[in-house]
Write a protein that binds this ligand. Sequence first.
Ligand code: MD3
Ligand code: FE
Length: 218
Amino acid sequence: MTLDLFDDLPRETREAREPLGPGAFVLPGFALPFVDELLPAIDALQQRAPFRHLVTPGGFTMSVALTNCGALGWTSDRRGYRYSPTDPDTGQPWPAMSDAFLRLAREAASAAGFDGFVPDACLVNRYAPGARLSLHQDKDERDYGAPIVSVSLGMPAIFLFGGLARGDKAVRVPLRHGDVVVWGGEDRLRYHGVLPLKEEPHPLLGAQRINLTFRKAG
Ligand code: MD3
Ligand code: FE
């Protein structure tokens, strides 16, 4: 590690001043004022569209469990990855995005310089201890011009932020409860992933991490 002039500043100040890339910004704690609204909304969502472990086209079952809200939801099976207006498990439309979800996504995007962000898809990932997400790109959205807004809740995780080629060196970014990351512009197609989650139970969420990713998919 190099000596960093910002090392003595509070974490918020330090990270706000160190963007991950030209279009990628960590907003430490940005979601904290929204948590009281987010948690009941996630609870209502999972009752109508339960978390499930999807199978990849290669035949692997994902360790992360997923559900969706909004006009489009991301799913995977042996036939491929895609966005769908309905939940394949129920045949019903995905539940609508709650107002708090939409406000948080819009305000976070705006704080990172992306005004007017209106997501039509929110993937909700749930990690139990040991769950991980291997390096991948998010390429199933129609328009790469819109950013992706990611909200971390519950147990901390180490996020891997790679380059435009799978083999590029990845930096490790610790993400905690309430942190928001906005990825857009030239960083939108970077490879990324999440290291296997350590068990460090969170006071509100227990032994799990929930990640919301807001996208403009259609
Ligand atoms: C960087 N989820 O659902 S969100 C995913 O924590 C996903 O559950 C992770 O990757 C999670 O696809 C990380 C952060 C994220 C999302 C999209 C990106 C980071 C990104 C697109 C480009 C670069
Ligand atoms: Fe991703």
